[in-house]
Design a protein around this ligand. Structure first.
Ligand code: SAH
Length: 281
């Protein structure tokens, strides 16, 4: 597969391209991402990058797994950054490939700053973040005119693996954002649901847990905040997963286009039984 000749910037030796690979489906790659895969001398990829995307790399490219998924032994961030610098200094075309978007909970900023410090030229190629692409594949619009004028992306755990107590003003979040998308929240989901209810969100507010979004293994579990707060079950969903809170989740009844492809009947009026489709009490 050739990238079309549309004047894409050339991938020069000695450069690092920090590229977002999107949430999984290779069809969601940008042309720049494909161009980088076809021209890289070395690909340093993280654990979330789908293997079908890695298969698109130039034959002969060196493939380096920098996997840093929670819980498994993983290289330190500083080691990865130093490795990128060393490879670029060897005049390689270095593709740093990350799941989703490099600047969304992806430490892309840290790696890019290390390149700046070392004087290595780099390009940043955004990717479709899971919180956008995953919702679309679940048939859940990130915004819907009659429901929300804002959406918030939140990390469900801190660097030390716990719920971000100090970093998040839960009352303000619950009040200000009708739709909240939590990343990295599989283990903390029930406590997050509790916090949101305590902070004023409705018990019966719909939530979705979208696992392995945009891959052939995608699953979507729709439930309520109260169910999540009281059951351990949701966190048994496969990882990686997004936890989506807010009335937009209801639209899945009408917009689960993937489900429709496999025969599900869609409801053209999914909000019809809604008296008050704003998120908070
Ligand atoms: N930079 C990435 C996020 C990395 S943090 C991005 O922009 O998407 C890792 C978290 O992203 C996971 O814990 C999960 O919450 C989410 N995530 C990434 N890929 C996902 C996928 N295919 N399905 C569901 N969640 C995903």
């Amino acid at each position: 597969m050739e990238t079309p000749d549309i004047g894409l910037a050339p991938f020069e030796p000695g450069w690092v391209w920090l590229v977002g690979a999107g949430p999984g489906d290779p069809g969601l790659l940008s042309l720049y991402a494909l161009h980088a895969l076809q021209n890289a001398d070395v690909v340093v990829y993280d654990a979330l990058v789908d293997s079908r995307i890695l298969d698109l790399a130039r034959v002969g490219a060196e493939m380096i797994d920098s996997g840093k998924r929670g819980g498994r032994p993983s290289p330190h961030q500083r080691d990865i950054s130093e490795h990128l610098v060393r490879l670029a200094r060897k005049n390689q075309r270095v593709l740093r490939l990350k799941g989703g978007d490099p600047f969304v909970f992806g430490r892309g900023g840290e790696e890019a700053l290390a390149l700046v410090e070392a004087g290595i030229p780099f390009r940043l190629v955004p990717g479709i973040t899971a919180g956008i692409g995953g919702l679309a594949y679940a048939g859940i619009p990130a915004t819907h005119r009659t429901i929300n004028t804002a959406i918030t992306f939140v990390t469900g755990h801190t660097a030390c693996g716990d719920i971000p107590e100090e970093d998040i003003d839960w009352t303000a979040l619950a009040k200000a954002s009708p739709v909240i998308v939590f990343y990295m929240a599989l283990k903390t989901m029930s406590r997050i649901a509790e916090r949101l209810i305590t902070a004023g969100r409705n018990d019966d507010e719909p939530v979705a847990i979208i696992s392995r979004a945009t891959t052939p293994d995608q699953t979507v579990l729709v439930t309520t905040l109260a169910e999540c707060a009281h059951s351990e079950e949701p966190s048994n969903q496969p990882s990686p997963a997004l936890f989506v809170v807010g009335p937009v989740v209801k639209l899945r009844d009408g917009l689960d286009w993937l489900g429709a492809i496999s025969g599900k009947t869609l409801n053209p009026d999914p909000l019809s039984d809604d008296q008050d489709n704003k998120g908070s009490k």
